[in-house]
Design a protein around this ligand. Structure first.
Ligand code: C2O
Ligand code: CU
Ligand code: CU
Length: 474
């Protein structure tokens, strides 16, 4: 038996002294308003984003309004935000494999935007990349048939050179895909009760509690890392859990912060899904590393913890994301199965490509070229298995994401021993400073020789400053 410590929550009353924003360039440090510089986080239960299952019988309609709003992070001041429907972030969209869907985004901001389905397997013209930007007052719809395994994806802006700022102000939300396989598994699936979406982010606020997006060149390079860590848009919120297995669908929704997650008592948990599918079997661990845009579904067993408390922490930056009070008896029980799914076996690739991630002074390139919306960098062929090697030549971290598909990791730094929790379907892979990954990828179902998909580093400051390329599928 693992001995569990009882963690008391004494930090609720602690004052958070926010001291402006060092290195941010100064101009955003407004001095008006009589702010004392002391703001206290609003004590909150973990916000659970509204679940939208789509209306209509033939094609399911999801209506989303992108808007300016204000949100209550602090007791003393409201924060100006961007949001989808609500006041920060957006609803969780529930999709089913096989369904025809229309996700209708209406732009009520006074700037253009595009809305991308990250992790979605869909045609290039429905991808929501910078090629599908839409103007203030306009509605853009992503219409497609859901054709992929159960997983946790997300939507976010993909506006050329503006993605980082628009995400930072609050535009993002989860997409949960279910299928007959996920229906049949004995996994927690009561949304908001034992199946919990967790969008993890960090932010900088000024002394008036306003979001500051003003990265210096150094922060563009190293990552724009905030000092206030938030879960579903709340600062250290509390989740009142049933004493049973709890499933967290974790999204690293940050701009450029790598999170190393674990529980305060060091307990083990099981990862059951990577970006685009269940793992074949659960992988036990006590620390989980997630780079920006990566997802992991985990199961933590709280069945022996009634009346105890713990926290979900981030160990690289020494922060707490979530307080968990195990305060309720279970309304139902679950038992995570040992076999979750069957994944395709990686084959032998007939085409090899390599990508070199480079940059200096706040400008980035892939294979020596900065993103150019008018240039198609690579041409792929439908159904052909390829092997891509991506090398991080720099002494800063990056990751690599591909649109419209998933990939399978086959090598890290030349070795084919891949961590058990990276053996699943992924669309984003962490590539720490100086490292190299090789993965196999295949485009299926959708060819378009005109409209490209994108690949890029998902550290948003890097993406917006050149570390992105485009490919078409013939
Ligand atoms: Cu999460 Cu190109 O996107
Ligand atoms: Cu994407
Ligand atoms: Cu990068």
């Amino acid at each position: 038996m693992i001995r569990r410590e009882f963690i008391t929550i004494s930090s609720a009353a602690a004052l958070w002294v926010l001291t402006g924003c060092g290195g941010g360039g100064g101009e955003s440090d407004t001095s008006g308003g009589g702010g004392s510089g002391t703001l206290t986080p609003k004590a909150k239960a973990l916000p659970i984003p509204e679940a939208i299952s789509g209306s209509g019988s033939r094609t399911k309609q999801y209506d989303l309004t992108i808007r300016s709003s204000s949100h209550d992070f602090f007791n003393e001041a409201d924060t100006s935000t961007y949001a989808v429907n609500g006041t920060f972030l957006g609803p969780t969209l529930f999709l089913r494999n096989g369904d025809d869907v229309s996700i209708n985004y209406t732009n009520t901001l006074d700037e253009k935007i595009s809305m991308h389905g990250h992790g979605m397997h869909l045609p290039a013209d429905m991808d929501g990349s910078a090629h599908q930007e839409f103007q203030p007052g306009d509605t853009w719809s992503a219409n497609y048939t859901v054709k992929q395994k159960a997983c946790t994806n997300w939507y976010h802006p993909h506006t050329l050179h503006k993605t980082a700022e628009q995400v930072y102000k609050g535009i993002a939300g989860m997409i949960i895909i279910e299928d007959s396989e996920s229906d049949a598994l004995d996994l927690p699936n009561r949304y908001g009760k034992d199946d919990i979406p967790l969008v993890l982010q960090d932010r900088k606020f000024d002394t008036n509690g306003q979001i500051v997006y003003n990265p210096s060149q150094q922060e563009i390079m190293r990552g724009y890392i905030g000092d206030t860590f938030i879960a579903n848009g709340a600062i250290e919120p509390t989740f009142d859990a049933e004493a049973k297995e709890i499933r967290f669908r974790i999204l690293n929704g940050s701009n450029s912060t790598v999170y190393e997650l674990g529980f305060s008592d060091g307990r083990a948990f099981k990862q059951i899904a990577t970006d685009n599918a269940f793992l074949e079997s659960p992988v036990s661990m006590s620390r989980l590393t997630l780079s920006p845009a990566e997802r992991a579904e985990i199961i933590v067993d709280l069945s022996g913890d009634l009346n105890q408390s713990l926290t979900l922490d981030e160990f690289k930056n020494n922060k707490t994301f979530l307080k968990i009070n195990v305060s309720k008896s279970p309304a139902a029980t679950t038992s995570v199965p040992n076999v979750l799914t069957t994944l395709d076996i990686p084959g032998s690739a007939s085409i090899a490509r390599s990508f070199s991630l480079e940059g200096s002074m706040g400008n980035f390139t892939i294979n020596g070229k900065a993103m150019d919306i008018n240039v198609i960098n690579e041409t792929l062929t439908l159904g052909v298995l390829e092997e891509w090697t991506v090398t991080n030549t720099m002494n800063i971290d990056h990751n690599f994401h591909i649109h419209g598909t998933h990939f399978r990791l086959v090598k890290r730094n030349g070795s084919n021993s891949i961590a058990a929790n990276e053996k699943g379907y992924k669309d984003t892979v962490y590539i720490p400073a100086g490292e190299e990954v090789t993965f196999q990828v295949k485009m299926t179902d959708y060819a378009d020789t005109i409209v490209p998909y994108m690949y890029h580093c998902h550290f948003l400051e890097h993406e917006d400053n050149g570390m992105m390329g485009q490919f078409t599928v013939s």
